[in-house]
Design a binder for this molecule. Structure first.
Ligand code: NAI
Length: 465
């Protein structure tokens, strides 16, 4: 016997899940959402995107006060770090936003149940609260949106303390003197930057011979040089084989190298789907060998009435990709049509400077034998970048050789994460490089660099170089 019955129930209140719930409510469905954590918003809001951006911003200000303001003729004396206050500010930001999601649920009349939800059958979810109390909810459609959790390596056990994931690295109680980061991906570079700016000696160990696998190689190489200049020690081609704890000391072993001693280890070697203990086996929902739930183009699993979106189904593990899938899934349930354009999902690394990317990389085009032309334009050729003291970086535009259609845009430089939005819209609308090159961009803005790179891609017509 169920305690309550709904049209649609979402399991997991991260960006994928709570957005899906709001859209379902907007479309007139009686909707419920279940989350094990009382603070809604998932990994992104609680222990991911938002707190990391708060710390990236705070640590940047600290670093800038020490090293950059002087170039602007601003003398500051007695710059100090109050880490506790920095963390409190981060927590306040998180609290305001998770509270905001709760208000959104109320406004949209989505019923929130706090507890751990498990599929008990098609249309049935059992929720266990903190005190062990059980509630059964029924819904015609169930959308699984439980996200992902940090993964680790053989020989490296996450101890929730000195050898930890991003969760711990967002809340170290003191600035570690020596921090070893395993993995030069999104998390390793963002959180490695935070602690380097706050004074840690940071060593990043990366298995591959490059940083940021999947990103355009030319951009990744340019970024690598900048990070090294900033003081991040990047050891590429390093395969970590184990981590040992000796009291407060950690020893990181890697193939063919002496162990590295440090105070804390951040393991950032990817994430895995949170597909355990949510009843998938019991109900017979199919997953692949890595645990990602298998879905069709409407996000339907093999079990009728059960859908899945976001990190749980794989692809790019990004909040905004999950949001798009949540909306497409619900719209397709209600209207029969819902679609995500995966070539137009941007990726942003919030380092300083930022790295942003959308569409295909040069390597992918070469591998697929797609004829393309390329235009690049450096930040140093832009007046606004000069005025800001942000000369590092470039915009790279890849367009089809014959049709001129934009296939990929890759940006390394200040505000790359905001600038990429124009490129995403261009790809979404099937624009050509000529279209953007002939579009007026306000002067002086960084957006002019995108225009100039498009000019460069169309017959080498860039003006300011
Ligand atoms: P990642 O997949 O971005 O990078 C993991 C890195 O670890 C890779 O470079 C890989 O080659 C390396 N690695 C794997 N095994 C290794 C070994 N044995 N020794 C040394 N290096 C090894 O994963 P990351 O940084 O953990 O992030 C997880 C997910 O979270 C990503 O998929 C990312 O999309 C998402 N994320 C997104 C952010 C954003 O949008 N700004 C920020 C943080 C995370």
């Amino acid at each position: 016997m169920s305690d309550k019955t709904y049209d649609l129930l979402v399991l997991g209140a991260g960006p994928g899940g709570y957005v899906a719930a709001i859209r379902a409510a907007q479309l007139g469905l009686k909707t419920a959402i279940v989350d094990a954590n009382a603070a809604l918003g998932g990994t992104c809001l609680r222990i991911g995107c938002i707190p990391s951006k708060a710390l990236l911003d705070s640590s940047h200000r600290y670093h800038s006060a020490q090293h950059e303001l002087i170039d602007h003729g601003v003398h500051v004396a007695g710059v100090g770090l109050d880490l506790e206050k920095m963390m409190q500010r981060k927590d306040k930001v998180v609290k305001a936003l998770t509270g905001g999601v709760k208000s959104l649920m109320k406004k949209n009349e989505v019923d929130v149940t706090h507890g751990r939800g498990v599929l008990r059958g098609p249309g049935e979810v059992e929720v266990t609260g903190d005190e062990g109390e059980k509630t059964t909810l029924e819904a015609e459609k169930i959308v699984l949106a439980t996200g992902s959790v940090p993964s680790t390596l053989p020989g490296v056990e996450l101890d929730g303390d000195r050898v930890g994931s991003s969760t711990e690295a967002l809340a170290y109680p003191e600035v570690p003197e020596r921090l070893v980061v395993i993995g030069a991906g999104y998390i390793g570079l963002e959180l490695g930057s935070v602690w380097a700016r706050l004074g840690s000696q940071v060593t990043v160990l990366e298995y591959l011979d490059r940083i940021l696998p999947g990103m355009d190689l030319e951009i990744a190489k340019a970024a690598q040089k900048i990070f090294q200049k900033q003081g991040l020690e990047l050891r590429l081609g390093t395969k970590v084989t184990g981590v040992e704890r000796d009291g407060d000391l950690c020893r990181v072993q890697s193939e063919g190298n002496d162990p590295i001693e440090c105070d804390r280890v951040l393991v950032a070697v990817g994430r895995k789907p949170a597909s355990q203990e949510i009843g998938l086996e019991e109900v017979g929902v199919e997953t692949d060998e890595r645990g990602f739930v298998q879905v069709d183009e409407h996000y339907a699993t093999n079990v009728p009435g059960v859908y899945a979106i976001g990190d749980l189904i794989g692809g790019a593990l990004l909040a905004h990709k999950a949001e798009e899938e949540g909306i497409a899934c619900v719209e397709s349930i209600v209207t029969g049509y819902g679609h995500v354009h995966y070539d137009a999902i941007p990726g942003v690394v919030y380092t300083e400077p930022e790295i942003a990317s959308v569409g295909r990389t040069q390597e992918q085009l070469e591998e697929d034998g797609v004829p393309f032309k390329k235009g690049t334009f450096p930040y140093r050729g832009n007046g606004r970048a000069r005025a800001m003291g942000a000369e590092e970086g470039l915009v790279k535009v890849l367009a089809h050789q014959e049709t001129d259609r934009i296939l990929g845009v890759h940006i390394l430089g200040a505000h790359a994460g905001d600038l990429i939005a124009e490129a995403v819209a261009a790809i979404e609308f099937g624009a050509t490089a000529e279209d953007l090159a002939r579009t007026s961009h306000a002067h002086p803005t960084l957006a002019e660099i995108v225009k100039e790179a498009c000019l460069a891609a169309t017959e080498d017509r860039a003006i300011h170089i």
